[in-house]
Design a protein around this ligand. Structure first.
Ligand code: LMR
Length: 400
């Protein structure tokens, strides 16, 4: 019955890793998927995560029972505090419902399905460009996806005018997806002033903010600074959705730990929203896994471990910033034509290089450098050892 089934293409991001794994060259470098690597090019398990796991293993009272549909209660409470701030009035007034989901993707999907069922406006505007999975997640959740201008290739910065025009022209009441910080793939964020203008415009048109927060602590190294955009929207008392991921900032990629929070106008509404979220989750995956959420909760509720986490997080963010400088310097040294200052101006895990798909294909074929075809490179995958190789490849790609 499946003899006519077509071969599906590989995922544009995760497929890069598939191709990388097949390459036998000792020179190969994977700058595709956004996953942190050490200077030695190895995946990193944070020390504080190892400690938390040890505590969990040694605790004989722990059992493997099902979690509630909404997940681990402690984890949910602590996650809401982490993103909205410990003194958030929305939390104090119990206007927030938080449910544990399967990392960022699962949180976006659950939020999308809830909106498709219960919100009066099914259109969601996503930035152009955005993470490749966003349009697929929201389309399959039952929403209708449109885009707003975000990036200006000529300045390699924000197209703020275009963004304001598109949100002004958006269907009133529509949902707007916003990257909380460290925009993926461009590494370009609005300034605080620009966020304030976006907030005022969106509130005046009744546009519903849906934040994707996958890099809290990774953009500036400060968890509070990286949540500022979200907190500005919550501070005005309006509704707000936020999807959180612990993949990058705690290095819990494969544990699939994340949370969806919905800020409502009253505690009563939040309770009813939560009851409906349970109806979305139960037939999808019943209830979430326990291990990763327990690691996060252990770290977030212990001030010593929390401090250790912030230090390890800052060290990861700093290493990425130093990779930016090293790559920029290496291109300057080679006299590579073009303005490469965006490498040090953009923030977060990625640099949107401006290289086109032919140049990317050339670099993969000739230099065994793997990256997404839109020219995005994961700075977290670079090391002092691989910077010269990448700089050579870019130099030849743009001069030949
Ligand atoms: C990325 O953009 O590389 C990450 O968010 C990983 C993923 O799942 O695509």
């Amino acid at each position: 019955v499946f003899s006519n089934i077509a071969q599906a293409p590989e995922d544009p991001i995760l497929g890069v890793t598939v191709a990388f794994n097949k390459d036998q060259s000792p020179l190969k470098v994977n700058l595709g998927v956004g996953a942190y690597r050490t200077e030695e090019g190895k995946p990193l398990v944070l020390n504080v995560v190892r400690k938390a796991e040890q505590l969990l293993v040694n605790d004989q009272s722990r059992v493997k029972e099902y979690l509630p549909i909404t997940g681990l209660a402690d984890f949910n409470k602590l996650s809401a505090k982490l993103i909205f701030g410990a003194d958030s009035p929305a939390i104090q007034e119990s206007r927030v419902t938080t449910v544990q989901c399967l990392s960022g993707t699962g949180s976006l999907r659950v939020g999308g399905e809830f909106l498709a069922r219960h919100y009066h406006e099914r259109t969601i505007y996503i930035p152009q460009p955005t993470w490749g999975n966003h349009p697929k997640i929201f389309t399959l959740a039952g929403l209708s996806v449109k885009t707003y201008r975000y990036y200006d290739p000529s300045t390699r910065g924000l197209n703020f005018q275009g963004l304001l025009e598109d949100l002004t022209a958006a269907t009133p009441g529509a949902i707007v997806l916003l990257h909380a910080c460290a925009h993926n793939p461009t590494g370009v964020d609005p300034t605080v002033d620009q966020w304030e203008q976006i907030r005022r415009l969106m509130r005046s048109k009744g546009l519903l903010p849906f934040f994707d927060s996958a890099y809290q602590g990774f953009a500036s190294g400060s968890l509070d600074a990286d949540a500022q955009s979200v907190r500005m929207f919550v501070a005005d008392g309006g509704e707000c959705f936020a999807a959180q991921s612990y993949a990058k900032n705690m290095g819990l990629y494969g544990e699939r730990v994340g949370a969806l929070s919905i800020v409502c106008k009253s505690a009563d509404v939040a309770g009813r929203v939560e009851s409906q979220l349970k109806l979305v989750i139960r037939p999808m995956y019943s209830n979430p896994p326990i291990h990763g959420a327990s690691i996060v909760a252990t770290i977030l509720k212990n001030s010593e471990m929390y401090n250790e986490w912030t230090m390890e997080l800052k060290a990861m963010a700093d290493r990425i910033i130093s990779m930016r400088q090293q790559l920029f310097d290496a291109l300057q040294t080679r006299g590579t034509p073009g303005d490469w200052s965006h490498i040090i101006k953009q923030i977060g895990m990625f640099t949107f290089t401006g290289l086109n798909s032919e140049q990317v294909a050339f670099m993969t074929k000739e230099y065994h450098i793997y990256m997404t075809s839109d020219g995005r490179i994961s700075m977290a995958g670079l090391s002092s050892r691989t910077v010269p190789h990448l700089a050579d490849a870019i130099h030849v790609a743009v001069t030949s």
